[in-house]
Design a protein around this ligand. Structure first.
Ligand code: CA2
Length: 150
């Protein structure tokens, strides 16, 4: 059987991880996160597509494509988490299991970060656990999709 395909999507400014504000987001770069996700996905029997865009429309298009090309989505939409009904609609249309990830604990930060449009469609939400949150999200999808190796 073919390995389930997981689309890991990253929104605006996440390409700056490890470069600015290490006190909030740490020193790990998005490249480091991609490498650890690839390693974990291989161990879980998952195929990985890892992407980042600063553009809402690009993220919407990737989510639309995922409906036919992927089996699950991990998404850290960055600041679009708190503003984008378009991403919520795209995720609803995709009809795939979604795990929402945030590196920081958005509930311990400014009040405008406390609400997420994406949480309404997410099977689960992982916040505040740093880059490891992405790995927990892959574990969760592997369990949901039944691909976890014994
Ligand atoms: O904690 C998270 O993962 C966030 O999704 C990160 C977003 C923020 O807007 C969300 O509220 C929570 C920010 C993306 C990263 O922005 C950077 C800013 C400075 C230095 C490095 C990254």
């Amino acid at each position: 059987m073919a390995a389930p395909v997981i689309l890991v999507l990253n929104g605006p400014n996440l390409n700056m991880l490890g470069v600015r504000q290490p006190e909030v987001y740490g020193r790990t770069t998005l490249g480091d996160i991609e490498a650890s996700c690839r390693e974990r996905a291989a161990g879980l029997g998952l195929e990985l597509e890892f992407r980042q865009s600063n553009h809402e429309g690009q993220l919407v298009e990737w989510i639309q494509e995922a409906r036919d090309n992927a089996d699950g989505i991990v998404i850290n939409a960055g600041a679009l988490t708190h503003t984008s009904v378009a991403i919520l609609d795209a995720l609803n249309l995709a009809e795939l299991p979604v795990i929402e990830v945030h590196i920081s604990n958005i509930h311990a930060r400014e009040s405008f970060r406390h609400h997420s449009y994406i949480s309404a469609v997410a099977k689960g939400v992982i916040v505040g656990l740093g880059p490891q949150g992405y790995l927990f999200a892959l574990e969760a999808l592997a369990t949901i999709l039944g691909s976890k190796k014994a």
